[in-house]
Each structure stands twice: as C-alpha cells, then as structure tokens.
Design a protein around this ligand. Structure first.
Ligand code: UD1
Length: 305
C-alpha cells in the first residue's frame, strides 16, 4: 500500500503537471490511490513576487485540480506541504499552530489559500481527512549522499548557498542583517533535517489511517523547537566540512522575520513524531551530499548560465 501511496511523489514515471487534468485523470484511472502527499508547489519567494500569476496558477490551480480528481476517484486522504511562512513575522516564539496567519508575498499567499481551501473542502464533505504540515527550514540531505537539494540557478535559501560557497561555486555568503535582537544580531530560524521532515510525513499518513474517525483538517508544525542564528549555522557547517565560508555582511533582506521557531508539542502528542537530528547532523549530511555532488544531479552545471 505504501508503494501506491507514495507513487505520485516518488516514481519518475509517470510524471505529470498537476494542472494537466487529463493526465491526472489517466493516472487515477490506472491506479487506486489510498492517499496523496502533495509536495508539488513552487517555493521561491522572490520569484513569486516577480511572477505572481505563475505561483497562483501552479500552486492553486494545481491543488484544486488534484483535489477534484481525487474526489472523483474516492481518494479523500491528503497530506499537504504548507510552510512556516504563514506565521509571517510572529509577535512571539515559539509559533503554535493557533497563531494568527498572514502572507507577505504571493508564495506565502498560495500556502494560506490552499490551507483555507482544504478546510473548506473538509467542511463541505467530512469524508475528507487532511493534514497540513507547516515546514520550518528544511536542511541537509539523505545520509547516503545520493539524494540532496539541487537548486536551479543561484540559491535563495541559506544552506544551499553555503553549500555552493563550500564547493567553490560561489565566492562568499552574504549575511542579511546583523542588527536583529538576537544572540549575535543575525536572523534565527528553526532548521530541521530533511530526514526528520520525511518521517513527519509518514507519521501524518499513519495518523490519517489510525485516527481516521477523529481527523478532519488538522495542521501541525514540523520543526525542532530550537532557534539557530545564521552565524551559528555557518559555524556548524564549517566544523562539519572543514571549509572556511567567507562572509560579507549586508543589510536585512526585505520581508525577513527576526526569529521564527516552532512549538512542537502538538506534533509530538498527536502525530507521535519528534525531530531526532540537530544542526550537526544536518551539516554533516549536507556536506556529504555536496562534496560527492558539487554540481548536483547534472554533475557539471554552471551557475553562470
Ligand atoms: C524562506 C522563505 C520562506 C520559505 C522558505 C523555504 C523568505 C523571506 N522566506 O524562509 O517563505 O518558506 O524559505 O525554505 O525568503 N540568509 C542569509 N543569506 C542568504 C540566505 C539567507 O543571511 O544568502 C539568512 C536569512 O536572512 C534568514 C536565514 O538566513 O535569516 C534563513 O533564510 P532562508 O534559508 O532563505 O529561509 P527563510 O527566510 O526562513
């Protein structure tokens, strides 16, 4: 069963665009899916500001089409990748799932709207069982070194950028903001190992099955509950890799929050899931992947292209 559950996410074939209703209908006609994990969203904040319609089309239309085709095929269990971006600049930390939500860019707005769509879909038909997972900052790679992040173009996020500096693809890291009210003046985030994040999805699927009668549309944070500054992350990576990361200090990046980290009690209690790894393991596994695959999956891609 797990194989079928995960087929849409893991199988290279068939690969379809969720907006391609005919292709999606074909897949659902040829397989019986018990549940879907929906990761198929665009996620670059800056790009979403420049290309909002692309984000609304891909993220919203894709999700609506998926929900419609699922419903038509009697598949009404969904795990959706939401994001801590829905907390905006939180007034306090840790962020609990009940905090007020907001969006500061089109990408964030698609996450908020999809969360609302899911709540409405469940209200209209209680057969739907939906878990919304609010990811904090995913970092690291599979410990094997075979699976890791390979961003197209210059990375936007901190650790993919650090990784490319470490392998010599980029000259230095720009640290955005040194005057935040944090331990060293740099922004604080809740970094979570991608393997812990993956386990969180298995826990969510289990919850959809084991507590099916109690679940409606529920939301859970996936984070460690610990805040780490930019400079602490860089230091941890330097230790794990033995590489010096040259730094350039700059002003704050527009739209960045000061401190964001998760309250984890709800996921621990109800999903029986807790992050196992700390930043040492995240940096170790990230470096293992980066050193074995300095140019990602393509092997020899050039960032300047
Ligand atoms: C970002 C997005 C968030 C999205 C998440 C996906 C923004 C404003 N937020 O979160 O909506 O869900 O990625 O993973 O883009 N930093 C540097 N130099 C860099 C890059 C980052 O100093 O080159 C700092 C940032 O200022 C921040 C921290 O590193 O303090 C983490 O940044 P990042 O990895 O981009 O994640 P978020 O901004 O938390």
């Amino acid at each position: 069963m797990l194989c079928r559950l995960l087929c849409l996410c893991l199988c290279p074939d068939p690969q379809v665009d969720l907006r391609d209703r005919h292709a999606l209908v074909d897949i659902f006609s040829s397989h019986r899916f018990e549940a879907v994990i929906h990761f198929a969203g665009l996620k670059a904040v800056g790009e979403s500001v420049h290309k909002p319609l692309l984000y609304y089309d891909n993220n919203l239309v894709g999700t609506i089409t998926l929900l419609e085709v699922m419903a038509a095929n009697g598949c009404k269990k969904l795990v959706f990748s939401s994001s801590a971006t829905v907390y905006g600049w939180p007034k306090e930390v840790p962020c609990t799932e009940e905090f007020p939500l907001c969006a500061t860019n089109p990408y964030g707005r698609t996450k908020l709207v999809i969360e609302d769509i899911c709540r409405d879909v469940h209200r209209s038909d209680p057969d739907w069982k939906i878990i919304l997972l609010r990811y904090f900052n995913p970092v690291g790679a599979h410990p094997s070194g075979y699976i890791g992040e390979d961003p197209c173009g210059v990375p936007n996020n901190l650790m993919p950028y650090v990784q490319q500096v470490a392998v010599g693809r980029l000259p230095h890291l720009t640290v955005y903001g040194t005057d935040y009210s944090t331990k060293d003046g740099t922004g604080v985030r809740d970094y979570i190992h991608v393997v812990d994040l993956a386990d969180g999805h298995i826990a969510a699927l289990r919850k959809l099955y084991e507590d099916s009668d109690k679940i409606g549309c529920e939301v859970y944070n996936l984070g460690t509950g610990k805040g780490t500054s930019v400079l602490e992350m860089v230091a941890a990576f330097e230790k794990a890799s033995g590489k010096k990361i040259p730094l350039v200090f700059a002003g704050r990046r527009p739209g960045d929050a000061e401190i964001v980290y998760a309250a984890t009690a709800k996921a621990e209690k109800e999903l029986k899931w807790k992050a196992k790894y700390g930043i040492e393991e995240m940096c170790r596994d990230l470096w293992n992947w980066a050193s074995k695959n300095p140019y990602g999956y393509a092997g020899s891609r050039d960032n300047s292209k």
